[in-house]
Design a protein around this ligand. Structure first.
Ligand code: NAP
Length: 322
C-alpha cells in the first residue's frame, strides 16, 4: 500500500461527473462514495492525507485502534484505488460555471471540466503574528508537534494553545524534551478532558494559564520567548529552544471569495445538512465547512465526504445527465 494515490493515467480532457478538490479524509471519503455510485470522478489535491500527515497515532476512529496516521492514509489510497478513482497532485486555483459545466482551473494541469464539484480543501494553520515568528520559522518555531517533536530531544520547548492539537502536542513533546511549557490564553482548556488529564500528569510539563506569547527572540535559533500574563499585564522572558504554535486553523476565506461560495460569520463554507453550498452542483465537506459546530475530526470529515458524494449523485440523477 502506498502513501500516494494513483492517477491511472487519467484522460483530463473528458468531462467528469465530479471533481473532488482536496486530499484529506473528507475528500477520500467523497471519492470512495462517488466511486461506489459509479460517477466519473477525479480527485485533485496537494497533500495526500491533508492534516492527517501531521498526526501520529490516531485513536479516535472507530475500529482502527491506535492506528498510525500514515497507515490510515495508505488504507485510504488502497480503498479509492479499489474503485479505480484517479487522484492527481495539483492546486486548484478557482472554478467557474459555463452552462451546466464547471471549469476547474488548476495550477499545473490546466482546466478540467466537471458536472459537479465537491470542495474538501481543509483549513490552514493559524499564526500568532508576533515579532520573531516568521524569522524563526523552521529555526525553532514549528506549527506541527507531531512532525518536529523528535528534533527537540533533551531541549526546552513551549507549546501555545489550549485545544486538542496543543494538548496532544505537549504530551508528545514531554516524551522528548526535558521541559515543556504549555501556554494558554485562558484558564479553561477547550481540548478533550482525556488530553488535559494526561498532560497535567506529566512531571516535566509546566502549564502557564491566562498568558500569551508576545515575542520570540534568538540569534540563529530561538533562545527565548516573552510571555505576558493577560490578567496582571506582567511580562517575563522564558528560555526555550523551540516554540510550537498550535492555535488552530484559518477558514478558507480567500478560496470561498474567489469562487463566490457563501461563508458563515467565521469564514467557513456554508453548507446545509446535505453538504450543498449556495452554488448549484457544488458541495463541500470536512474542515472547510461550517457544519457540526466546529467539531472537526477525521470521523466527521469522512461522514461529510460521504454525504457530499451522495448529494452529487442525487443532483446528477435529478438532471438525468449521467
Ligand atoms: P482549536 O480547537 O481551534 O483550538 C485553538 C486553541 O488555540 C484554543 O485553545 C484557542 O484559545 C487558542 N488560540 C487561538 N488563537 C489564539 C491566539 N491568537 N493566541 C493564543 N491562543 C490562541 O484548534 P486545534 O487544537 O488545532 O484543533 C482544531 C480542530 O482539530 C478541533 O476541532 C480539534 O478537536 C481537532 N483535533 C482533534 C484531535 C483529536 O481528536 N485527536 C487532535 C487535534 C485536533 P481559546 O480556547 O481561548 O479560544
Amino acid at each position: 500500500m502506498s502513501l500516494l494515490p494513483k492517477s491511472f493515467n487519467v484522460d483530463l480532457n473528458q468531462i467528469f461527473d465530479t471533481v473532488i478538490i482536496g486530499l484529506g479524509p473528507a475528500a477520500y471519503s467523497a471519492a470512495l462514495y462517488t466511486g461506489r455510485y459509479m460517477l466519473k470522478t477525479l480527485v485533485i489535491g496537494e497533500t495526500p492525507g491533508g492534516q492527517l500527515t501531521e498526526a501520529g497515532e490516531v485513536d479516535d476512529y472507530l475500529g482502527l485502534i491506535g492506528v498510525q496516521a500514515q497507515d490510515m492514509i495508505k488504507l485510504f489510497n488502497a480503498h479509492i484505488e479499489k474503485y479505480n478513482i484517479p487522484a492527481i497532485i495539483d492546486t486548484v486555483e478557482s472554478f467557474r460555471r459555463e452552462g451546466d459545466i464547471y471549469v476547474v482551473k488548476t495550477k499545473r494541469k490546466g482546466e478540467i471540466k466537471a458536472r459537479t464539484v465537491i470542495v474538501a480543501i481543509g483549513v490552514k494553520r493559524r499564526k500568532l503574528n508576533v515579532p520573531g515568528e516568521d524569522k524563526f520559522t523552521g529555526r525553532g518555531v514549528s506549527y506541527c508537534s507531531v512532525c518536529d517533536a523528535p528534533l527537540f530531544k533533551n531541549r526546552v520547548v513551549a507549546v501555545v494553545g489550549g485545544g486538542d492539537s496543543a494538548l496532544e502536542g505537549a504530551e508528545l513533546l514531554s516524551r522528548y524534551a526535558t521541559k515543556v511549557y504549555l501556554i494558554h490564553r485562558r484558564d479553561q482548556f477547550r481540548a478533550q478532558p482525556v488530553y488535559v488529564d494526561t498532560v497535567k500528569a506529566k512531571p516535566n510539563v509546566e502549564i502557564i494559564l491566562n498568558s500569551t506569547v508576545t515575542e520570540i527572540k534568538g540569534d540563529k535559533l530561538v533562545r527565548q520567548i516573552t510571555v505576558k500574563n493577560l490578567k496582571t499585564g506582567e511580562t517575563k522572558d522564558v528560555d526555550v529552544n523551540g516554540i510550537f504554535i498550535e492555535i488552530g486553523f484559518e477558514p478558507p476565506v480567500e478560496f470561498a471569495k474567489v469562487n463566490s461560495l457563501e461563508t458563515d460569520q467565521n469564514g467557513y463554507i456554508k453548507v446545509d445538512e446535505w453538504g450543498r453550498t449556495n452554488l448549484p452542483g457544488v458541495f463541500a465537506a470536512g474542515d472547510c465547512t461550517s457544519t457540526w459546530l466546529g467539531f472537526r475530526q477525521v470521523v466527521t470529515a469522512v461522514a461529510q465526504g460521504a454525504v457530499a458524494a451522495r448529494s452529487a449523485y442525487t443532483y446528477l440523477n435529478e438532471r438525468k445527465v449521467r
